[in-house]
Design a protein around this ligand. Structure first.
Ligand code: AMP
Length: 585
């Protein structure tokens, strides 16, 4: 029997341990949790706390808790923990010991050897300190490998050929980007850059600032809040951030957050993804600057990168993948859990050293994109057939994602949600797999938000729900076998059939259609309506000839608006603008 070697990702914020089981890398859970927060503390009774319990007490007892010790590795310093001095190696050793114990309990045997990952930029002294931490923990560190190398191994092990890969790693408190070259299984880091003071925790902080601003401006709550209240706001902000990765709105609700003049104050704030993305956009732009620095360090330009791998929990923020896709024209890969990818790569390396059969990391993913159609710009023209992907291809399942849409008209009573499978921008070229209606919407001006929620389970059952945000009124459809409905060839054939159907003529847009966030399309309708109203006011003073022309164009515009047909607006709007200009001058 080969000796088991464990793979360890000893992270700044979180750590994980993985091992090869039945030829595949698997992360070892501790009481159901696969992530161990890299926190070490001393409890009330003097016991050593590692992981979640230490993290929980950090805000309340910072003097009894140590976090982010990885940042001090290689330094000749001591940190105080519960009144006692410790070296960074000793604190790291406590985390390593815990990870070793988790693995031993799971495998029911004593383990001695490990592969540990470190950032590519770690100096010799930092690598040496990591080895020493292992020794203190009773772990023989047989190899130290770079984190981007481990990530590339997790994605690429066993793949033939050569590839240029960008590994974008955004964790809780650090950002690293590396350009990695893989040739016949050999992986080398060509260049890297980063910022070891930037990460998901900064995103939390932005939400915390937003909450404090609301407390100040809307409730007159100012000054230092009690530590317990601040700790609750911090946790709620992080939870809201996670929600915003999958949904367009997040609520921050904390009952009895504090007391004011003996009266309990309950916190209730809603934050939208748009607002949140505005807050964190400067951070993401900063990471992109680092990406370009790394690229030039490797002597490459963006178009030479063949694959982008997303690593680190904070890369679940949709803005990250979106901005990278805009910069590189590539869809970044994130099908392996970004929190666990480095540990999985360390386990693969460990398995290779131990002489085990190792296959690529297998995850359950959806091979198709699912979405709905909405009003937006398609090939530069407003169209009701614009495809809005909600669950994207290669997303691990089960998954739940939602997007917000808005009604088009004042007092719109009905929305029709069409569900498609496919990748085409024009929804009509995808496969329609379902449709349902939500009727009885409340009387509201255009722009009434409707949330479409897509839920795909492991068995390929897709549930789509549409909810009027204001009232909770909902409609729903369940599509069995959504994932296995079409194979690639069937998909191509179906697309052709559907394409042929639509080639003959334009399909009418569905009545009462909802539209996307496409402000441009909304704007076109509003502009056209305003123009028609203006023309109506000019009818009285116009000559017979002009009046007839005005009436015809007003009718044409109103018809197009009633049919929801934005494409039919441009001609009459242009002609009407010209006449109005001529009448006014
Ligand atoms: P890591 O250091 O790689 O474990 O990443 C931890 C960071 O990822 C923390 O800031 C987490 O709050 C963040 N994170 C975890 N899950 C999500 C999510 N679903 N959306 C956004 N950030 C997340």
């Amino acid at each position: 029997m080969v000796e088991t070697i464990i793979g360890i990702d000893l992270g700044t914020t979180n750590s994980e341990v993985a091992v090869i089981e039945n030829g595949k890398a698997s992360i070892i859970p501790d009481q159901g949790c696969r992530i161990l927060p890299s926190f070490v503390g001393v409890g009330d009774d003097g016991t050593v706390l590692v992981g979640e319990p230490a993290r929980n007490q950090y805000k309340l007892y910072p003097d009894r808790t140590v976090k982010s010790i990885k940042r001090r590795m290689g330094e000749d310093v001591k940190v105080m923990l519960g009144g006692m001095p410790f070296t960074p190696q000793e604190i790291s050793a406590i985390i390593l010991k815990k990870l070793k114990e988790i693995a031993e309990r799971h495998l029911d045997r004593t383990l001695r050897k490990a592969v540990i990952t470190v950032p590519a930029y770690f100096s010799d002294a930092q690598r040496q300190a990591t080895k020493e931490a292992g020794e203190i923990a009773g772990v023989d560190v047989i190899k130290i490998i770079n984190e981007p190398t481990a990530a590339a191994l997790a994605y690429e092990s066993g793949q033939p050929g050569s590839r240029r890969i960008l590994v974008y790693d955004l964790g809780g408190g650090t950002f690293d980007v590396s350009v990695v070259e893989m040739e016949e299984g050999v992986i080398e880091v060509r260049a890297g850059h980063g910022n070891n003071r930037l990460g998901g925790d900064d995103f939390d902080q932005k939400i915390v600032e937003h909450v404090l601003q609301c407390l100040r401006e809307e409730h007159g709550i100012d000054g230092d809040l009690p530590a317990r209240a601040m700790a609750r706001i911090d946790r709620a902000a992080e939870a809201a951030k996670r929600v915003l990765s999958d949904h367009p709105f997040a609520k921050i609700e904390e009952e009895y957050l504090l007391e004011r003049d003996g009266v309990p104050f309950h916190l209730a704030i809603e934050i939208s993804r748009d607002e949140y993305e505005g807050m964190i956009a400067p951070f993401i732009e900063e990471t992109l600057e680092a990406v370009h620095t790394a690229l030039s360090g490797a002597g490459l330009v963006a178009s030479q990168i063949e694959e982008i791998l997303l690593v680190g929990g904070a890369t679940r923020t949709p803005l990250v993948a979106r901005r990278l896709q805009e910069e590189f024209g590539l869809v970044p890969r994130q099908e392996i859990d970004p929190d666990l990818c480095v540990a999985a790569g360390a386990a693969i390396q460990a398995g290779m050293i131990a002489g085990q059969e190792v296959s690529a990391v297998l995850v359950d993913i959806t091979p198709y994109t699912f979405g709905t159609s909405a009003f937006d710009e398609l090939d530069g023209l407003p169209s009701p057939h614009c495809y809005v992907p909600v669950i994207k291809k290669n997303t691990p399942i089960p998954v739940t994602k939602s997007e917000v849409f808005y009604t088009m008209f004042d007092d719109q009573e009905t929305v029709i949600i069409q569900v498609f499978q496919g990748e085409e921008r024009d929804a009509r070229k995808n496969i329609k797999i379902g449709e349902f209606k939500v009727s009885g919407l409340s009387k509201a001006p255009a722009g009434n938000p409707i949330i479409a929620r897509f839920e795909l389970d492991r068995n390929g059952i897709l549930q789509v729900t549409a909810v009027e945000k204001k009232t909770g009124l909902a409609g729903k459809i369940t599509i069995d076998n959504a994932v296995s409905k079409f194979g690639t060839e069937e998909m191509a054939a179906a697309r052709e059939r559907v394409g042929a159907l639509f080639g003959a003529g334009r399909a009418e847009p569905p009545p009462g259609h909802a539209h996307g966030t496409g402000a441009a399309v909304r704007h076109e309708f509003t502009k056209a309506r305003a123009l028609a109203e203006k023309a109506e006011r000019m009818l009285e003073g116009a000559s017979d000839e002009d009046r007839e022309e005005l009436v015809n164009l007003i009718e044409e515009i109103n018809d197009a608006i009633a049919r929801n047909d934005a494409a039919a607006l441009s001609d009459p709007v242009e002609q009407l603008s010209e006449i109005i200009f001529y009448l006014e001058s």
